[in-house]
Ligand binder design. Structure first.
Ligand code: SAM
Length: 262
């Protein structure tokens, strides 16, 4: 390897050919599709994606890797390499009129959550996203009410998209090996939101407050925002905890909050 992995950029390079094959099989590319890869690194996913005949934009923060990628793929004219920070990148600028992008990335773990929300700001031009994340994060994204993993990340992500855990990936599939198990998740943005939310900032507020003390009942955790009577008027049992409340109920609570003058 002509590159020393940099911890600060979350560089754990995929080296297991079976995992790479499984990822490429599960994403089902079609020739001519427009794909965007975040953090191509040394090209473990870039090369097989190009072999599938797709158009590909890649966004890489590490300039040394950008130089290596430019050299490695200089003959691939269906590839555009962007030397940029994906957290600040305008993904909508890549999509041509009425075009929907397919996104993929073995994401640096330290930026994965803000990056997913940044992408979901542009969900209208995204067909789907496939990410390698810490398994713990994938479990939280996919969790249903009643589960210990169910929380703010589950609700906010499920508001924007349908998540699906595809498969787990063990540490030894990477060089260097991370400390934890990873997993591949598929996220398909909803074309119509599953519930009506008047103000997304209010949904975020009510969910954050409700989960700030998981063990408390809604009556107590939401005391500062919504009275017990108002919670009951929505047909929501205020003696339940946040982890037992559905996205639909959180939407109702946030819509009520948006009607209360602050
Ligand atoms: N895709 C490669 C693979 O599977 O082997 C590399 C994955 S490695 C976990 C994460 C990659 O994201 C690294 O190449 C790293 O330099 C890059 N990266 C880190 N932060 C980034 C950011 N903010 N924007 C774009 N790329 C970033």
């Amino acid at each position: 390897m002509a590159h020393n992995p940099r911890k600060r950029f979350g560089q754990n390079f995929l080296q297991d050919q079976t995992v790479i094959y499984d990822i490429i099989s599960s994403i089902q590319t079609k020739p001519g599709e427009h794909w965007v890869e975040i953090g191509p690194g040394l090209g473990a996913l870039t090369a097989p994606l190009l072999s599938e005949g797709v158009r590909l934009d890649v966004i890489e923060l590490d300039r040394d890797l950008v130089a290596l990628l430019k050299e490695q793929f200089k003959q691939k004219n269906q590839l555009q390499i962007h030397s940029a920070d994906a957290l600040k990148f305008d993904f909508s600028a890549l999509a041509e009129e009425n075009e929907k992008l397919r996104i993929i990335g073995n994401l640096p773990y330290n930026i994965s959550t803000p990056l997913m929300f940044h992408l979901l700001d542009n969900a209208y031009c995204i067909e789907d996203m496939h990410f390698m994340l810490q398994k713990e994060v994938v479990d939280r994204i996919c969790a249903a009410p009643g589960s210990k993993k169910y929380g703010r990340l589950s609700i906010m992500m499920q508001y924007y998209c349908a998540p699906e855990l595809l498969f787990d990936v063990p540490p030894e599939s990477f060089e260097p090996a991370p400390q934890v198990m990873s997993a591949i998740v598929r996220l398909v943005p909803h074309t119509t939101p599953p519930v009506k939310v008047n103000d997304i900032t209010k949904l975020n507020r009510v969910v954050t407050e409700a989960f700030s003390q998981r063990r408390k009942t809604l009556r107590n955790s939401l005391k500062k925002l919504i009275s017990e009577e108002n919670i009951a008027a929505l047909n929501i049992d205020a003696t339940l905890r946040a982890e037992n409340i559905s996205l639909n109920d959180f939407a109702k609570l946030s819509n009520l909050l948006s009607e209360i003058p602050s």
